[in-house]
Each structure stands twice: as C-alpha cells, then as structure tokens.
Write a protein that binds this ligand. Structure first.
Ligand code: TYD
Length: 134
C-alpha cells in the first residue's frame, strides 16, 4: 500500500522537544495547505473518502487517533499517537479516521490547495477507479 511512516527528527533537550517540517526535505512534497482537526466528538468517524491526486502527511500533534487505510485490495489500521511520526498517504487510498482521544489535534499537510473535484466521496466510485487503473 502507498502508505508509510516518516520519522520526524525531534530536537529534544531539557526544555522539551521541537520538530521542524520542511517541504521536499523531511516532507516529500511541496506544502500547499495545512489543516488541523480538533475538538472531535466521541464516536465520530471522519474522512470516508479518497483523493484522485492529493498526497498528504498526517501528524497527531497531541493525543491519538486511528486511521483505516484501504487501497481497494488491502485494509490496514494504524494508531497515530506520536508527534515525531508522520503518516504519508498517497492518492487513491480510502481513509477513515476514528477513535479520536478528547485532546487529539490531528494536523495534515497537503500538496495542493483544497479542491472538491479531487475528492472521491463514494466507496463504490473508489473501487471502480482503483479497478480501472489496474
Ligand atoms: P471534510 O472533508 O468533511 O473533512 P474530513 O474529511 O476530515 O472529515 O471537511 C469538513 C469541511 O471543511 C467541509 O465543509 C470542507 C471544509 N474544508 C475546507 O474548507 N478546506 C480543507 O482544506 C478541508 C480539508 C476541508
């Protein structure tokens, strides 16, 4: 599956920790957009879509949440709970986020500005697009 963890170097000392994000260095694309999800209510499931082209990197800055990732033939579940770890998600991967802790702040870096036409919002459409591409 076109998904991987990127270890983000944490500069820690007696004062605490610092992580720096740089496009085309530790982030494998040009950063065109950053958004973050917080105050997520109990039992909420977000995402439930794929993207035609967009590449993203998700980092939980605080707390934890789970990702379900699906490339049409394989599904994996991932716990994100470490702000020094980025989850890189290529395009045409169905994603769902759930099990948000009360304090969860999930930040996402994206290689494009928001574009509704890049979304694949229906699971059946997603499967059709994956099958047509193979
Ligand atoms: P939505 O796609 O439902 O978020 P998620 O996939 O995480 O569940 O987005 C919620 C709202 O925010 C929706 O009205 C679109 C808007 N939005 C933006 O305006 N810009 C963005 O970068 C994103 C991700 C969403």
């Amino acid at each position: 599956m076109d998904v991987k963890f990127i270890e983000l170097q944490s500069h820690g000392d007696e004062r605490g920790s610092l992580v720096s994000l740089e496009e085309n260095k530790n982030i494998p694309f040009e950063i065109k957009r950053v958004y973050y999800i917080f105050d997520t209510k109990e039992q909420v499931r977000r995402g439930l879509h794929a993207h035609k082209k967009l590449k993203q990197l998700a980092i939980v800055l605080k707390g934890s949440c789970r990702f379900l990732l699906d490339n049409g033939s394989e599904k994996i579940e991932i716990l994100l709970d470490n702000p020094s770890q980025g989850l890189y998600i290529e395009s045409v991967i169905w994603r769902e986020m759930f099990d948000f802790s009360d304090d969860c702040v999930l930040m996402v870096l994206a290689d494009s500005v928001y574009d509704e036409s890049d979304y694949i919002r229906g699971y059946e459409d997603f499967i059709r697009i994956v099958k047509n591409a193979s």
